[in-house]
Ligand binder design. Structure first.
Ligand SMILES: Nc1ncnc2c1ncn2[C@@H]1O[C@H](COP(=O)(O)OP(=O)(O)OP(=O)(O)O)[C@@H](O)[C@H]1O
Length: 263
């Protein structure tokens, strides 16, 4: 469904600031695959998501979705089939607009564009129904300004809105990292729910290794722009964060004191 083949990206090539962010990445995801992505700082995790989203053009290699080469397709043209949630809870929603206005904007992105600013009664009913699934009571606060919501509530709303355009692919860039543990757990649970309900092909970057092991059906570990370890569901089962650190150390041939991999 999503085929990343031999993708490389170097920033500031041939200068003292040269950064080889991706070095020949090969990653194939079947429809509905949910891959967690771990790795040290600067490993290339965000860069791979940016390449899939079309925010970055790779130097070499291809990105294909359902067999179609989209490597050079502009990001706005991919927006209808890619949903994305970032680490910053303020990034995915407009604080001065109400919950229903935010939802209406997200809805319009994936459907016939209309200029009407208002929210029709039937649309409001749909939004309320969708919000009920979050179990946060937001369905009773449709006209509240989003800036008044907590970080966890905003991330949950961003996640819901990311599915409105009917995307095929969901990209999650440390979307629970800025939340306290109980909110992070809630958003993680909602993520699993949303991914299963819409059968989304998903990549989730996280520094939380327990979360990376518990969630999804595949795991990849990146280092220095390369995928250095891939685990399927069976291989993930029974492994602990300590096992992952040990494996990282073994592959790198050194004792790892890489706290950046830990949550
Ligand atoms: N726009 C850019 N311009 C220049 N260098 C960049 C840019 N984006 C990323 N890099 C560099 O590419 C490398 C990979 O960065 P990336 O953000 O993908 O890492 P990451 O694995 O997401 O790290 P972190 O866990 O710290 O967020 C790093 O060396 C980074 O400094």
């Amino acid at each position: 469904m999503l085929e990343i083949s031999q993708v490389s990206k170097t920033f500031f090539p041939n200068t003292v600031n040269e950064r080889r962010a991706l070095q020949g990445i090969d990653l194939h995801l079947a429809e509905g695959d949910f891959v967690t992505v771990i790795g040290s700082n600067g490993a290339g995790k965000s860069t791979i998501l940016n390449t899939i989203a079309g925010k970055l053009l790779p130097d070499t290699g291809t990105v294909k979705v359902s067999g179609k080469d989209v490597t050079r397709m502009a990001d706005h043209r991919r927006a209808a089939w890619i949903g994305r949630v970032f680490q910053d809870p303020t990034a995915g929603t407009a604080p001065n607009l109400t919950i229903e206005e935010n939802m209406a904007l997200a809805w319009r992105r994936g459907h016939t564009r209309g200029l009407a600013r208002g929210v029709s009664r039937s649309r409001r009913g749909l939004f309320r129904e969708e919000l009920t699934k979050l179990e946060l009571g937001l369905e009773d606060r449709l006209t509240a300004k989003v800036g008044l919501l907590s970080g966890g509530q905003r991330q949950a709303l961003s996640l819901l809105m990311a599915t409105f355009s009917g995307p095929k692919i969901l990209l999650l860039d440390e979307h629970t990292a800025a939340l306290d543990p109980s909110r992070a757990e809630l958003v993680t649970r909602l993520t699993q729910q949303v991914v299963a309900e819409h059968r989304l092909t998903t990549l989730m970057v996280t520094h939380n290794m327990s979360q990376a092991l518990e969630v999804g059906n595949r795991l990849i570990m990146m280092h220095d722009g390369r995928i250095i370890l891939e685990l399927d569901e069976a291989q993930k089962a029974g492994r602990t964060p300590a096992d992952l650190l040990a494996e990282f150390a073994k592959i790198k041939g050194a004792v790892v004191d890489d706290k950046t991999m830990l949550s």
